[in-house]
Design a protein around this ligand. Structure first.
Ligand SMILES: Nc1nc2c(ncn2[C@@H]2O[C@H](COP(=O)(O)OP(=O)(O)OP(=O)(O)O)[C@@H](O)[C@H]2O)c(=O)[nH]1
Ligand SMILES: [Mg+2]
Length: 335
């Protein structure tokens, strides 16, 4: 299918409702009106890949679109490591949003696997949303992303995210620069965090999707297992309290989940690469790991609706980011 070369900058959603019915000539005689059959609503379904550089807000957007937390979020880059589905079913159709790891040049096996998730999401997508961060300057990383997207045959939407954090006059020059670089289907300034222009985005996406019945039932919101979600929640809390290389060298593996009547017992291993990493994650007199445990336990308990006992162990697995075995183990949790 040839790429659509229209590039439009979509403005904010129209405030006023469209005027209904024109002032046509009045009917002279009253003939019984024949009832018109209501037009059959079109149901559209498709996969929409969320891609972009790390930290541009893809997971925040997924959660905002789905209306609940499906993917973890952090202010550290490379938080998302696999593709995460979020299914949104409405009367207009069903959009399967696919959140992805941030696009980066991979150095470790972990990162190569992360990029493979991005490539397969791009292959299966019916539409692609490229997120950029309005607060960041255009750089080589952005050129690299556009190079990858040039191979994509489906419509690509540019989402200028975090517009809540910049002055309005900073957005227009970004639109100007990007519209000459790539034939985007639409350019939409959004704020995933504040929910700005997300209804408009959804409307535009539906227009790009094929007419088709849904692929998932209305109850199916995400494809990931509970076990994977628990591991991710623990990792999110660690990311909140560590800096420098720690976010990149930390992984969480759920060793056991035992559900009893009013208590769920969860045993998790936190993998790091060196002994000094282990000391940092544990913190002085165990203070950091204790805080991580409290916050993760609370969130998991809210999710499953009863008490949780969370047992965390920090273990050194040298070079795990290049160990296929450890990577298989961690990825295998996703269900
Ligand atoms: N001000 C502002 N911050 C945002 C917005 N969207 C996301 N953020 C912040 O940006 C940071 C990164 O958000 P994520 O959703 O984790 O970004 P991501 O693109 O999924 O990142 P990776 O998984 O690392 O690729 C977090 O601190 C978010 O709170 C937004 O619309 N406005
Ligand atoms: Mg993410």
């Amino acid at each position: 299918m040839p790429k659509d070369d229209r590039t439009k900058a979509a403005g904010p959603p129209a405030n006023g409702a469209a005027k209904k019915g024109g002032a046509g000539p009045p009917a002279k005689t009253r003939t019984p009106a024949r009832k018109k059959a209501a037009p059959k609503p079109v149901f559209r379904t498709g996969y929409v890949a969320l891609v972009g550089r790390p930290n541009t807000g893809k997971s925040t957007l997924l959660n905002a679109l789905i209306g609940r937390k499906v993917a973890i979020v952090s202010d550290k880059p490379q938080t998302t490591r696999i593709s995460i589905l979020g299914v949104k079913t409405t009367e207009r159709g069903q959009i399967v949003f696919v959140d992805n790891p941030g696009i980066h040049k991979p150095l470790h096996t972990l990162n190569k696997r992360m990029m493979n998730f991005v490539y397969s999401a791009l292959e299966t997508a019916d539409a692609v949303c490229l997120l950029i961060d309005a607060t960041e300057k255009f750089g080589r990383g952005d050129e690299y992303v556009l190079e990858i997207l040039r191979r994509v045959k489906t419509p690509v939407f540019l989402l200028i995210n975090k517009v809540d954090a910049v002055r309005k006059d900073r957005v227009l020059p970004v639109i100007d620069r990007y519209k000459d670089l790539f034939p985007f289907r639409e350019i939409v300034p959004i704020s995933a965090l504040r929910g700005v222009n997300l209804d408009l985005l959804e409307k535009l996406l539906y227009e790009a999707l094929p007419e088709s019945p849904g692929l998932y039932t209305e109850e199916e919101i995400t494809g990931q297992s509970e076990r994977f979600l628990f591991a991710e929640i623990v990792r999110e809390k660690i990311l909140k309290y560590v800096t420098e290389e720690l976010p990149f060298v930390t992984a969480v593996y759920i060793e056991a989940v035992e559900k009893k009547e009013r208590l769920t017992y969860i045993r998790a291993s936190i993998f790091v690469e060196k002994d000094n990493h282990r000391k940092i994650v544990i913190g002085r007199s165990g203070s950091r790991i204790k805080q991580v445990g409290i916050e993760a336990r609370q969130e998991i308990a809210e999710h499953i609706g009863h008490k949780v006992y969370l047992d965390l162990q920090v273990r050194v697995r040298e070079g795990w980011r290049d160990s296929e075995d450890v990577l298989d183990l961690i990825e295998g949790q996703k269900g």
